[in-house]
Design a protein around this ligand. Sequence first.
Ligand code: NAD
Length: 296
Amino acid sequence: MSTIAFIGLGHMGGPMAKNLLKAGHQVIAFDLVEASLKDVVQAGAKAAASAHHAVKGVDAVVTMLPAGQHVRAVYLGAIGILAAAAKGTLFIDSSTIDVDSARSVHTAAAEAGQEFVDAPVSGGTAGAAAGTLTFMSGGSDSAFARAKPILSAMGKNIVHAGGAGTGQAAKICNNMLLAISMIGVSEAFVLAEKLGLDAQRLFDIASTSSGQCWSLTSYCPVPGPVPASPANRDYKPGFAASLMLKDLKLSQAAAQGSGAATPLGAHATQLYALMDAAGKGGDDFSGIIRFLKGIR
Ligand code: NAD
């Protein structure tokens, strides 16, 4: 078992750190919020006074921070954790951040003689608590091989996406596709209603026809056909529209930076931005159907 520093103990990081403890790892924890740190310490972690202190003498470091600016601030520079840790420490960042920030941390890690994996997750807070997250990992074969047993304590699908930044690329490509398909499914139900076609009938036909997709059959945006979908509990998340908007913005920054044409991704970003601006960012992202129907 390893000694692992865990930095960022929020909605996702808190339960993930607890799963490392359950698996028998020693966890040195740090968060700027005292209550979040205390919660993980009560589960058996040791508190560190700062990120800098947390990484001294550990085998590996896991970070779960809000965005690229936080990751760069924690990792880089003279007081960053790459400089503070012993040479050869393994670093895993599971935050969802922009590809450029992930790649700049990869470069800095290589210069500092450290191994780094960008490993964002899918599965949300329920997956974090249950230890069933999917990790999409970008980095060298050797870094991935070292990260895999640690990630296995927090998730059930641990995928090596490729080289530096490809974990973040996989995450934003998947979520852009998900947003587009959810809007497409929602538009079909909105049109069906106007045409007098019953929602359950459309579901029965489309779910066994060429319109079939995950947004329809596992996460149906109308109440009824898929009992577990958020539509049946007044669009309580689930995966909040505001988090989907964050990932869509990352996809559009990456599309601009790389010259990829993503017109539907751009349109999906605008629709989720309007939903968020209407005060519905806390609803599940499948609530876009209510927005399309003009329900505010
Ligand atoms: P959160 O805001 O609940 O937690 C982030 C934590 O980082 C906070 O506790 C904050 O205090 C801490 N933090 C910020 N700056 C810090 C610093 N300099 N040093 C130490 N701690 C610091 O966010 P979350 O919901 O846990 O999400 C974390 C990441 O995971 C985000 O990138 C998010 O996009 C991604 N994600 C979230 C979900 C979800 O359902 N919540 C799902 C998949 C991915």
